[in-house]
Design a protein around this ligand. Structure first.
Ligand code: GUN
Ligand code: ZN
Length: 434
């Protein structure tokens, strides 16, 4: 390659269809049927038409994806990697599902070898589905956090995770204490937060499994590290909300159990948030906190219908997530499809542009990483997913009738899976398929 201009040696030009979405308007997008993304040293340097970029960078190696769609990698803003091996467990609603399936599986993550095996498996699956960044809960065991972050580091991924904290209403062997939750979280935060592309999320599981004292200790930790995200669950099922009322009789509502303990803030990620009261909507909107919609989980565990219309109009940040393994699929395509279906049931027809925006920009904004990932724009990290819009005969025959990009991509949103993922790039480099 010594004929290359030395200044251009770290460049590569990707050509295909491109969609450039707006940083804050889900319905605004620019489509190029022959677009180009110029990558330099792992970052996006320029986005434009293939012809313009080719002319300006004549000596740069080109990868031409034909009419596949070059997108930012999908961002899954809420999941539990330790639940990878027990996804699709039958027949229970939230609390019984936790006790019957989830807690026994999470118990195993004190073993670093098992944690490492599942972390590796999880990232293989996730990347094969085109997801390049996740925000994951771990288990109460520090080993589960180390396994997750070490695996992410080895693969050069941007990733968010934290030790799940629980000091009550969980079985022996799956409870920490007020002090150990604080100490372990702090030690892990200091070890991993800001290292390479990792962020540490302070992670109280949800109010029913923490004493008020534990929530306060984690609130204090967040106050000491306000640039960290904080992730938890909020108002997922009506039985759960009733239980929170019994456990915290002094609280005005579910959100108040977090608000009163220092766990309500702009960097807070509140998973599910289905059955919110007016005061809760008001507080979350005022702060610009993030709600994470987990549509396959909400139907699979029977939780209810997220009010997307209200959320998008309210000033909260909205992310999209699989909630693996309460969610029933690792695919953010299936997750967008499920968000569409729940939109239909709540009278809000989500446009393909909004669905793709939620799975990329929306989740990046929820994680407050929108200046780094989630869009095709100069300066962003080149974590990319190349989507084959004709990945199965059924999808291909429908896409063949499309009259615009939205009609071409919607069959893949509704019927696509990992077969639609033509390639994934992390910091510009193709990820090997396993
Ligand atoms: N609420 C508390 N823990 C969990 C969990 O692991 N999954 C889901 N879906 N909801 C929860
Ligand atoms: Zn969850």
């Amino acid at each position: 390659m010594d004929y290359l201009d030395p200044m251009e040696q770290n460049l590569e030009l990707l050509i295909g269809q491109t969609l450039v979405q707006s940083p804050d308007m889900p319905m605004e997008a620019h489509h190029d049927s022959r677009g180009g993304v110029l990558i330099e040293d792992g970052l996006i340097r320029a986005v434009g038409t293939a012809d313009d970029l080719r002319r300006a960078h004549a000596d740069v190696p080109v990868t031409d994806y034909g009419d596949a769609l070059i997108l930012p990698g999908f961002i899954d803003a809420h999941l539990h990697y330790p639940q990878t091996a027990m996804i699709a467990s039958w027949g229970k609603r939230l609390i019984d599902w936790l006790n019957s399936y989830t807690f026994p599986e999470e118990m195993r993550f004190g073993d670093p070898d098992y944690a490492g095996e599942i972390a590796g498996r999880f990232f293989d699956i996730s990347l094969a589905h085109g997801t390049t960044t996740v925000a994951s809960y771990c288990t109460i065991h520090p080993e589960s956090v180390t396994a997750f972050f070490d695996e992410a580091l080895g693969r050069g991924l941007r990733a968010v995770a934290g030790k799940t904290c629980m000091d009550r209403n969980a079985p022996e062997g799956l409870r920490d204490t007020v002090q150990s939750a604080y100490d372990d979280s702090k030690r892990l935060l200091e070890r991993y937060h800001g290292r390479e592309r990792l962020s540490y999320a302070i992670t109280p599981r949800f109010s029913p499994t923490s004493t008020r004292e534990q929530l306060e200790a984690l609130g204090a930790l967040w106050a000491e590290h306000p640039d960290c995200p904080m992730q938890t669950h909020l108002s997922e099922q009506t039985d759960e909300i009733e239980w929170v009322r019994e456990l915290f009789p002094e609280a005005r509502d579910y959100l108040d159990t977090y608000e009163a303990t220092g766990l309500l803030g702009a960097r807070g990620l509140y998973g599910h948030a289905i059955h919110l009261e007016e005061r809760e909507w008001d507080r979350l909107s005022e702060l610009g906190a993030a709600l994470v919609h987990c549509p396959t989980s909400n139907t699979f565990i029977g939780s209810g219908l997220f009010q997307m219309d209200r959320a998008l109009a309210s000033g909260v940040r909205v992310g999209l997530a699989t909630d693996t393994g309460g969610g029933s699929n690792f695919s953010m395509l299936r997750t967008m499809g499920a968000a569409y279906e729940i939109g239909q049931l709540t009278g809000r027809v989500l446009h393909p542009s909004e669905l793709l925006w939620l799975a990329t920009v929306g989740s990046a904004r929820a994680l407050r990483l929108e200046d780094k990932i989630g869009r095709l724009a100069p300066g962003m990290e080149a974590d990319l997913t190349i989507l084959d819009l004709s990945s199965t005969p059924v999808i291909a025959q429908r896409a063949a009738r499309a009259s615009d990009i939205w009609e071409a991509v919607f069959p893949t949103i509704m019927m696509g899976d990992d077969r639609a993922i033509r390639e994934v790039r992390i910091m510009g480099k193709p990820v090997a398929r396993v």
